[in-house]
Design a protein around this ligand. Structure first.
Ligand code: ZN
Length: 240
């Protein structure tokens, strides 16, 4: 029976280890998401500058539409000019046309200003992108490492689950049933490892009588406080 408890304790340790691995597997994707979000937030600067470029392009298009509208107006004036009868009317249209042509020059200057600004913005985008690429490279490497880590732990989980199943076949059937029942009730902590004379889980002092029984008898003893199966390594009965 003592050997049975040994294996039961080994099973408990295996279940503990599996739980740890499962937690790691659950946590890694969250960490990956965090890194991805952090990395992407660093690209905000690029997005802001790209928006600026878009506004610039929209403004230029509007100015070009303005010019087209003015040219239409001039064309109409020229048509009307053909039908005028007095010199005064002719002069009036001529002045209007001159005025509109001057406006076109002003708008064209504005377009050139926008084009210069656009070149500056594109330079800023290139700079922001190169800066971001450097940062992203670091993030991407970290994310890649996390994925490898996740893969490693998934393999580890599969391997250790196999080991656990193998351990389970070595536990006495009744004991295994008790273990499985307690496993649910005691939140996965069934076997309490007693180092000196305290329950390893609830830390209550174990009565000397129970303690000596643990050493001499083969019975399964339960912690009187938390109800877990007590396990004490017997000196000389295996490695420490
Ligand atoms: Zn206890």
């Amino acid at each position: 029976m003592k050997e049975g408890l040994d294996i039961l304790y080994a099973l408990q340790q295996k279940d503990d280890q599996l739980k740890e691995i499962e937690n790691i597997i659950k946590e890694i994707p969250l960490k990956i998401k965090e890194l991805e979000d952090e990395r992407d937030s660093r690209s905000d600067m690029i997005e802001k500058t790209k928006k600026k470029l878009h506004h610039n392009s929209e403004a230029r298009k509007k100015l070009e539409r303005d010019i087209a509208a003015i040219k239409d107006k001039i064309a109409k004036y020229k048509e009307q000019m053909k039908k005028v009868t007095t010199n005064k009317e002719y002069q009036g249209f001529s002045n209007e046309i001159k005025f509109e042509e001057n406006t076109i020059t002003t708008v064209e200057e504005k377009i050139i200003e926008k084009m210069v600004e656009s070149d500056e913005i594109m330079g800023m985008i290139r700079e922001a992108e190169s800066e971001f690429n450097k940062i992203a490279e670091t993030y991407n490497q970290q994310i890649k490492d996390m994925h490898s880590n996740l893969e490693y732990h998934k393999n580890k989980l599969a391997e250790e689950t196999k080991n656990k199943m193998e351990l389970r076949t070595r536990v006495d059937a009744k004991l295994l049933k008790a273990y499985d029942n307690l496993y649910v009730k005691k939140a996965g902590k069934v076997v309490s490892y007693v180092q000196t004379d305290f329950c390893g889980v609830c830390n209550i002092k174990i009565r000397p009588q129970v303690l000596s029984e643990m050493i001499i008898s083969n019975d399964v003893l339960i912690c009187e406080s938390c109800g877990r199966i007590l396990f004490k390594k017997i000196v000389g009965a295996g490695e420490e």
